[in-house]
Design a protein around this ligand. Structure first.
Ligand code: 5GP
Length: 218
């Protein structure tokens, strides 16, 4: 198991959660392109969407292979989500952090809390959609899922947004440019160890009200 002091350097483990339709697909991850970070490629049992490449977007695995990896303790965390398994391979994260690189995981909430339990110093960042209604619109626009799957994802998103109060930082992805800037502020502040990102903490009443507003605007 990875402990807080396994890395004799200040490499950070950064965990980003964003309800589907609010994260990767909307290019927020481009913040990491210019940074020398390790961006973890997860394993999943779901089928690839059009344009997704094995080993790039995900490692697409069978149930059997995934369960074998669970048995062999090859995951840092894993969770069931929307009828499929998703998990973060442990070894690449540990190897890169041992080299001093920050590692970025884009994972759902159950996995995020597992990581926080393993490493108290992991930085949990939640990316909010402007509203549930907007998330609905984005999922339909993407057009990669049927109605039943979209309904399931929306109800999942609601549950995830409710859990965002337990994250270290919460940012809003309404305008992409603003979200990119806010995510950069959080990352810089974490790196500098200053309080510049405190305004994104859900300890803050403003953020709590923002979360409430997203949930009410269905
Ligand atoms: P999607 O199927 O839309 O690519 O992802 C569904 C959800 O699974 C998203 O919230 C995504 O962040 C999450 N996810 C992706 N990889 C992992 C992983 O390795 N572990 C966990 N726990 N969740 C993941």
């Amino acid at each position: 198991m990875m402990k807080n002091n396994d890395t004799a350097n200040d490499a950070k483990l950064i965990v980003i959660s964003a309800p589907s339709g609010c994260g990767k697909g909307t290019n927020l991850a481009r913040v990491f392109e210019d940074r020398d970070v390790f961006y973890s490629v997860s394993c999943t049992t779901r089928a690839p969407r059009e344009g997704e490449k094995d080993g790039v977007n995900y490692h697409f695995l069978t149930n059997e292979r995934f369960e074998e990896m669970v048995k062999n303790d090859e995951f840092l965390e894993y969770a069931g989500f929307s009828d499929n398994y998703y998990g973060t391979p442990k070894k690449p994260v540990e190897e890169n952090m041992a080299l001093g690189k920050d590692a970025v995981l884009e994972i759902e909430t159950k996995g995020a809390f597992q990581v926080k339990k393993l490493r108290e110093d992991a930085v949990l960042i939640f990316v909010l959609p402007p509203s549930i209604a907007e998330l609905d619109r984005r999922l339909h626009k993407r057009g990669t899922e049927d109605e039943e799957t979209i309904a399931k994802r929306l109800s999942n998103a609601r549950g995830e947004i409710e859990k965002s109060v337990d994250y270290d930082f919460v940012i809003m992805n309404d305008e992409l440019e603003d979200a990119v800037r806010d995510l950069e502020t959080v990352l810089e502040s974490v790196r500098a160890g200053d309080g510049a990102a405190n305004r994104f903490s859900p300890v803050n009443e403003d953020i709590k009200n923002t979360i409430k507003g997203v949930l009410e605007n269905a």
